[in-house]
Write a protein that binds this ligand. Sequence first.
Ligand code: HT7
Ligand code: ZN
Length: 897
Amino acid sequence: STNHLLSDYTPYPFHIHTTELVFDLSPERTTVTSWLDFERKTGAQAMVLDGEHIELIAVSLDEVALIADVDYTVNATQLTLHTLPESGVLSIITACTPSTNTSLSGLFTTGAHLMTQCEAEGFRRMTYFPDRPDVLSTYTVTLLADKAQFPVLLSNGNLVEAREVDNGGHMTIWNDPFPKPSYLFALVAGQLASLEETIEHDGQSKLLQVYVEAHDVPKAQFAMDSLKASIHWDKKRYNLPLDLERFMIVATSDFNMGAMENKGLNIFNTKFVLAHPDTATDVDFENVEAVVGHEYFHNWTGNRVTCRDWFQLSLKEGLTVYRDQEFSSDQLAEGLSEKAAASARAVKRIDDVSNLRTAQFAEDAGPMAHPIRPVAYEEINNFYTMTVYEKGAEVVRMYETLLGRDGFRKGMDLYFERHDGTAVTCDDFRAAMADANAVDLTQFGRWYEQAGTPTVSVNGTYDAAARTYTLSLTQNNPAVGIELQQASLLKLPLHIPLNIGLLASSNCGSIQVGDDLPLYLAGQTDAATGTLPLSFTEASQTFVLTDIPCAPVPSLNRQFSAPVLIHFNYSDDDLNFLLQHDNDAFNRWDAAQQVYTRCILNNMRNPDAAVFSPTQLNTLGELLHNDDLSPAYRAQLFTLPSHAFLAQLISRVQALDPQALHAARQRANDALATHFESAWQLLYSQLNNNQAYVYTGAAAGQRALKNLALHQLATANDDTAVLVQNQYNTTDNMTDRIAALSIAVNHFPAAATTMLADFYQRYANEALVIDKWFAVQAANSHVSHNAIAQTLNDLLKHPAFIKPNPNRLRALIFTFCNANPHHFHQTNGAGYDFWAKHVLDIDQKNPQVSSRLARSMEHWRDYAEPHRSLMQAALKKVAENQTLSQDVREIIGKALG
Ligand code: HT7
Ligand code: ZN
């Protein structure tokens, strides 16, 4: 395998000013003719073009045929042109076979359609080209196909011409006036229906289209509404307009990822387009809005300004995730009172941070740990990671925290002013932020270079006589992942924006217990009311807060201002106090998480003791009944930290016994279920009010709390089966129906059998709903190991699993391996054998999907025996296979390495 290094970057020696392509499309054989208008930059190098899995038919220069092995040479991955002049038009004819392309990269068939996925390196599966993001060219594309078979022919940009040709064929010609790299190219040929709207935007009328299968048109309106909201938001918040005459979204059910931001022609996994109350849950609606926004926002952050090389991936992905998070937050807050808006934003922030802390922190503590700008990769598809995306978004958010909202906007404006139409680096983005605000962000640059989650250890001392509170902070950035092999590596202190508050622990003067104290930093006269942003830059640093009238309890890293782990020696009483009083909604939730974590870990050591103390239960009870807290927020407060999150914390200090963790977490949940049974009952009856379904943040929050209540009742009381069955039968929406089904599967197996049969029959024609049917069964953490093995066997042989697409593989196989720890980590290793078998099977067809599954075992070293040895054996078994893809080989190699 070849290792690609950031330090090897050299500019491409040619410009490709224009790229003309003609596709003669058919599933069995598609030919591609290109005309590349090139100009040499400097030097006399050969032109090296990328190409894979394609047949080369002819090459010519300025319409004169070139001769193989004389003018050019070709191997399995490259076409090299040895003797090119300063400029000219190079023309290449190639052929490929979409119908046998199961990798879903390049040109492939999906249902009755043909579609492309070019990011990161799929374009080279259609034609020879410098398939790298810093070669920007203007594309004109002609699509030719049989009209009956492929009535819709789409590519990037504006439609120039559409007409019929001989023998029942037709053609369309598309021109994209914006220079772009090859990874943003797309085409679609198919039998698709569209939902269309014309909007007035930026003084022009724009055509918006969402293309789906004809029977799915009723499920496309929410995506259209999300697109309109996205267009509006980007104009309003960043003054960034839609720059083409039309904007198209196309849905496919065969897709490796969520969606793709191809210029003017976004291609989506159906899961992130189709949304209807009958078939999509609240979470699905939320995801559709976020992904539609994300891809649309890429038009500026990714397309107009793109990446110089793939090491810079976070330049576009971190920034665009940050933008979609802010969009979703604004959507949730829209039209609410100030207080309700703040609470809605906190709910969104909590979701984003718990995702980061569960999945990204774990990645950053394992063999795949890498900085948000990696310095080496074997297979770029393996670096579309939680780190590049989610930690990358946190790094962007820290600029906003440091510079303020207006300062951040100035930086964005300067970034576009400087770099529109070019391919740049993360350093260019940082320089725009620094220069627009006349600040030095040199040290901040270390966030791009260092992997791992920093730990910030905090000590606080109150001096009553001097009325000072002294915070001593120490940051620790231990080496992780490949950093461990770099002996000379010196990790340096990061620039950490740390928001803090101090809560009055008693009444003093006009200040009430639990109030935020006004914060004066020694030497400064302005008090921060409530939250003070500290700029923490040294390895160890002390901050003295003056005029503190009474002993405080500190609230640290408010709003999760930095992606770090905080260590503070809170007493149980302190945490209980924060849970009661913290004025920062995020940190109040985090106090609950800390209480749960502490109690579950204690209970693992001491399984017979009560999980929670009477004081803790008392405080939790008050919160559960507190109607000032939104239902969505209360649902989050009463959701235990995930198994994966706890596993990652435990493994920092000891070998992990997954069964002991599962059991302790289960006991914690049982304690909440039984202790608050009457509260859950009351909540369920209040919230189960037969209101017709609408998707709003508030309504979704009510359903979340209601379904949590039902779940807790099912744990506490067998009579709940009746309520579950009733909700399943009478609800008008998928959120409530799948919740009832999941509860039945886990708690009421007799009822579940008939419900599962009914569910399958109702939704047999709805692929995305059948995915849920598979996932609910794969996640069943109750029943016996034997029973779940039987279920998996039956499901693998089910007619709906004969040719599984990636969504279905994720529903069954990934759900079992990643979301069912009790059964996956059976002590006989059966779960690990299951994993190995499917990694190898899937790798034959689709390496990108297989390599995602391969990652389920990367934390094997964290486990106690017998798990550790059994997991290692399964990894070795996969490693021995001679035909592993480069994708899977990199993951397994790093895991074992
Ligand atoms: N930029 C898109 C990445 C993507 C992708 C990458 C590798 C293989 C398949 C892929 N499909 C989409 C998605 C995004 O971040 O918006
Ligand atoms: Zn993206």
